[in-house]
Design a protein around this ligand. Structure first.
Ligand code: ADP
Ligand code: MG
Length: 470
């Protein structure tokens, strides 16, 4: 087997354990440089890659190499800056790990229906399945699911309101997508209110109101986004009112979104407001921290990139205005990552955030560059700290709030975060199922106490020395 084939087989073996995003990220521009006397030398493009491979993949790479080629006795790494896509030694990773077929579908934004209506519908990326549910949007999502299943039956009209960037368009289009998937013969039209207003204005100019009436009154489901833009547009309101009534009376589903609830819409046509209120009205709000983090993880998976959990936690913690800005920050982080081929650090993200936001909260986070995680495991850390303070391990990892347990537990949290660089939620899971905020406060508290509590400082030094963390 030549070197390249050998390396390809090893990567394939590794892909049984790693997900595609990791393979693409970390094995692009890598090569097997030599294999002599049982020593396989893997070439990596930058020192950062090398660090990463040694701390994350070395063991499994060795195992995979041995299973492919039993003569491998050792795998070592060497940095070779000249390794890049065009180098004949590197593996064309995308060839072996192609994108999922589904992602290659053209993004059809516009469809022309048999009636000749152009509907700007349906960005396929918006589905009800990839909408992440949080307490703040659960009801809206559930209502959409019901409408998707039983259009025109239970919740009509469905009125969703909330601030910008909180998922209204996603829910609307996701519902439309699903209605059509359940029954492709259904005539579903999505339109922005702006578009509707333009159409009405055009029809008035052309003195042809009938065209627009005929067009909209034939639909099975009308989705109208950002209806607040209808305020002050008297003629459009009138037209919409008639369309609404015609559809409603024949049992057709209407879904509306707005940035505020119906009664605050200040419409000239007040009858429209009561029509809006006659069905189901639900709001969407900014999701909580856990959901924000889940959204980030999800988006990374979709984009097939791998970003450190503590960086994602930092973003989720700091970006609280909208899901759109959350995505915006992540997109910039990904762009940077693709440009510089290094995983973004908390420091880099903090700088990015400071450009647009005055206050960036650093509690519990450190801006040091991600040093290689140290070799100490969380288990041995828990063991050592428990025995140092002479408290049974079961109590330390349990739920007791007695002071004898709290101090060692907080010390473990602090060391797990600052030295082992574990994520807050992981630490919380391991120590009595606590949530990330509790962990963050503990880390912060120990951090503060270390400044003036000399006994704690001595304890900490003794522990880190014993455990072997520096
Ligand atoms: P709005 O229409 O309320 O201004 P959007 O629907 O355009 O907001 O949402 C902005 C972005 O955030 C979109 O890319 C959307 O996919 C994403 N998004 C919002 N909420 C969620 C969620 N709960 N789960 C997944 N993605 C979300
Ligand atoms: Mg929108």
């Amino acid at each position: 087997m030549n070197l390249k084939d050998l390396w390809v087989s090893i990567i394939k073996k590794l892909s049984e354990e790693l997900d595609r995003a990791q393979i693409i990220t970390w094995f692009k521009n890598t090569a097997a440089l030599s294999f002599e006397d049982g020593i396989l030398v893997i070439g990596l493009p930058t020192p950062f890659y090398s660090n990463w491979h040694m701390t994350h993949f070395a063991k499994m790479t060795f195992k995979a190499a041995q299973s492919v080629e039993p003569n491998v006795k050792e795998v070592t790494y060497s940095v070779d800056n000249s390794l890049n896509d065009s180098d004949s030694r590197t593996v064309d990773i995308l060839k072996y790990f192609p994108e999922n077929q589904a992602r290659k579908l053209p993004n059809k934004n516009e469809r022309v229906t048999k009636e000749g209506v152009v509907t700007k519908i349906f960005n396929q990326k918006y589905t009800l399945d990839n909408f992440i549910i949080a307490p703040e949007n659960r009801l809206a999502h559930a209502a959409c699911q019901n409408v998707a299943k039983y259009p025109g039956q239970n919740y009509n009209p469905l009125f969703i309101y909330g601030g910008v960037g909180l998922g209204k368009t996603h829910l609307l289009q996701g519902t439309g997508n699903e209605i059509m998937r359940n029954d492709p013969s259904r005539f579903v039209v999505y339109t922005t209110t702006e578009n509707f207003v333009n159409e009405v204005v055009g029809a008035i100019q052309a003195r042809n109101m009938n065209a627009i009436r005929n067009k909209y009154r034939r639909v099975d489901c009308l989705i109208i986004d950002d209806v607040q833009f209808i305020a002050n547009k008297d003629r459009t309101q009138e037209e919409f009112f008639h369309t609404f009534n015609a559809l409603y009376e024949s049992g057709k589903q209407i879904i509306i979104s707005s940035d505020r609830p119906p009664q605050e819409l200040k419409l000239l046509n007040e009858r429209l407001i009561s029509r809006f209120e006659s069905g189901m009205t639900v709001d969407v709000k900014m999701p909580d921290y856990e959901t924000r983090l889940a959204i980030l993880h999800n988006k990374c998976q979709e984009a097939q990139v791998f970003i450190n959990s503590d960086v994602l936690e930092f973003i989720a913690f700091n970006v609280t205005s909208s899901v759109r800005s959350l995505e915006g920050v992540l997109k910039r982080a990904i762009a940077r990552y693709e440009l510089e081929r290094t995983s973004p650090t908390i420091k880099a993200i903090a700088e990015m955030l400071r450009e647009t936001k005055n206050e960036v909260k650093m509690i519990g986070f450190t801006t040091q560059d991600p040093a290689p995680r140290c070799a100490v495991t969380i288990d041995s850390l828990i063991d050592s700290v428990s025995s140092y303070f002479s408290v049974p391990k079961s109590e330390v990892v349990g739920t007791s709030r007695a002071r004898e347990c709290m101090v060692p537990r907080q010390v473990i949290m602090y060391l797990a975060k600052t030295k082992l660089r574990m994520s807050l939620s992981k630490i919380g899971d391991l120590l009595g199922n606590r949530n990330h905020t509790t962990v963050m406060h503990s880390v912060n508290r120990i951090n503060d106490q270390l400044k003036n509590d000399r006994q704690l400082l001595r304890d900490m030094n003794a522990i880190t020395k014993e455990v072997g963390i520096h």
